[in-house]
Design a protein around this ligand. Structure first.
Ligand code: UDX
Length: 481
């Protein structure tokens, strides 16, 4: 907003965060964010006094978190307290209060009620012409700047026509694409206008959940198919390629792997199931998408167990901790869940990440995971590596050196992102997701190379295929979820 020319005052209850933002220290990592921040500084201030931020603002965005409660419902305490604060400090009677947090159907009305009550309490005589709107965000971690400046659509929900017009004006230069594109993120030539969906509150509320749930279930569909392609020696990448060329299907969000993570898909699918229940609708497809997703994580453990015989005493190195590349976000990161499952089975777990190590160390203190500064530390005398996050830098690691340093050079490519041939020539036994263990046309030479290189580690009893895959998956997991 500041980059587009609006005057923005950022408020946070966390005084430290507001103070460090004032000094230009960003709490999250995203490529280009620091540059954009510098370009926008003249229009941007931060503080922890709500009155200063709120009082005469024309538009107030509420952007607090709505984390999941244990039963899947979103926790609305932060949004309620933000609404209370807005009502108390607002002096601009024609302001539009825009909620950007993802919330259940009907919550915007509750937000409006809280604001009105607080407003009346603090200013009994004042006019009351402000309006509430919902403007869901569709930002991906790591590419939020792109998704903000060049969105597929802008969704605006309000039962007040003037509020909708005001918001269209706020977003005017994005809708018409008339702002000057930042040098580090040029506009694609084909983008001239961004569609706006201006609708009622409830429809806007559902659009957000529906979009995230649909993307999540596309991924789960690919992952379920991957289980089948593995069994019949087909290749999931080929299947998705052939499927996705159908213009009605497309390729996006059909990448099979370890499944989705992050702060949105898990939370929003859980919320949609719970909202459905409250309204007497069983969201079966969404439930199934969730089940398939979490099974993908357990399948990593099963594959490692099948390869190594037992996980007790084995050293497993995870390449990547962030829930996806180009971010240091580790919320609902598959890596951490997989690590917990491996630790529970007696393995030693190491993890490396190009951006999320510091955050992971802080947030996972006492977890038992050993966070490594280098991939060499990760691989040293390890029994297996798992590619969890497909960071581009992992494409060209010194594979031969890593394989030599390992006790048993096995790699599970959890994102089908690595070059199998390169890995096999480096001495690894490679396994992907949704692909045959070894193409029938290729002799198992690399594995033998590995055995020759590390003769002491490959013993029939230790690494023999002891149990079937189905057996491993049906065994109860000591780790919840
Ligand atoms: C998502 C939505 O894309 C965004 O519109 C919404 O506002 C917030 O939630 P985000 O969580 O940042 O964004 O990441 P996204 O790029 O959607 O990826 C989510 C997860 O799905 C990641 O763990 C990613 O690795 C996984 N994924 C994605 C797949 O496993 N396969 C795919 O084909 C695509």
């Amino acid at each position: 907003m500041a980059y587009l020319g609006h005057q923005v005052r950022g408020f946070d209850v966390d005084k430290q965060r507001a103070a460090s933002l004032s000094k230009g220290v960003l709490p999250i990592y995203e490529p280009g964010l620091q540059e954009l921040f510098s370009l926008s500084r003249t229009n941007l201030t931060f503080g922890s006094d709500p009155a200063v931020a709120i009082r005469d603002a024309d538009v107030i965005f509420i952007t607090v978190g709505t984390p999941s409660l244990p039963d899947g419902r979103p926790d609305l305490q932060y949004i309620d307290s933000a609404a209370e604060m807005v009502g108390k400090h607002l002096t601009q009677s024609t302001a539009v209060i825009v909620n950007k947090s993802t919330i259940p159907i009907g919550t915007n009305r509750r937000v409006e009620e809280i604001i009105r009550k607080a407003y009346r309490r603090s200013k009994p005589e004042a006019e009351e012409r402000f309006a509430v709107a919902y403007n869901p965000e569709f930002l991906r971690q790591g590419s939020a700047i792109h998704d903000t400046l060049y969105p597929d659509r802008i969704v605006l929900g309000s039962n007040n026509a003037q509020a909708l017009e005001k918001l269209k004006a706020v977003y005017g230069s994005i809708i018409d694409q008339t702002f000057e594109a930042p040098a580090f993120l040029p506009r694609t030539e084909t983008l001239h206008r961004v569609p706006v969906v201006a609708t009622d509150l409830a429809s806007a509320e559902i659009i957000k959940y529906a979009a995230n749930a649909f993307l999540a279930l596309k991924i789960s569909f690919a992952n379920e198919l991957a289980q089948l392609t593995e069994r019949v020696n087909a290749d999931i990448s080929q299947v998705i390629h052939g499927m996705g060329l159908d213009q009605r299907i497309q390729h996006q969000f059909l990448q099979a792997g370890l499944g989705w993570g992050g702060s949105c898909f898990g939370k929003d699918t859980a919320a949609l199931v719970s909202i459905g229940q409250q309204h007497g609708v069983d969201m079966r497809i969404v439930r199934a998408a969730r089940d398939v997703n979490y099974l993908q994580r357990e399948r990593v453990v099963a594959k490692l167990t099948q390869e190594l015989g037992t996980l007790e005493g084995k050293v497993v190195g995870l390449l990547g901790v962030a829930f996806k590349p180009h971010t240091d976000d580790i919320r609902d990161a598959p890596a951490l869940d997989i690590a917990r499952r491996l630790l529970a089975r007696g393995a030693t777990v190491r993890a490396h990440d190009p951006a999320a190590l510091q955050r992971a160390r802080l947030e996972c203190q006492g977890s038992g995971v050993q966070f490594c500064e280098s991939v060499d530390m990760l691989a040293h005398r390890a029994h297996a590596l798992v590619l969890v996050t497909e960071w581009p830098q992992y494409q060209s690691l010194p594979w031969e050196r890593l394989a030599s340093a390992m006790r048993y050079p096995f790699i599970l490519d959890g994102r089908n992102a690595l070059n199998r041939e390169t890995l096999e020539w480096a001495g690894f036994h490679y396994l992907g997701v949704g692909r045959a263990d070894r193409p029938s046309t290729q002799p198992p030479v690399p594995s033998l190379r590995a055995v020759r290189r590390n003769p002491i580690t490959v013993r029939e009893t230790e690494f023999g295929r002891l149990r079937s895959f189905d057996e491993l998956l049906t065994q109860p997991s000591p780790v919840p979820g």
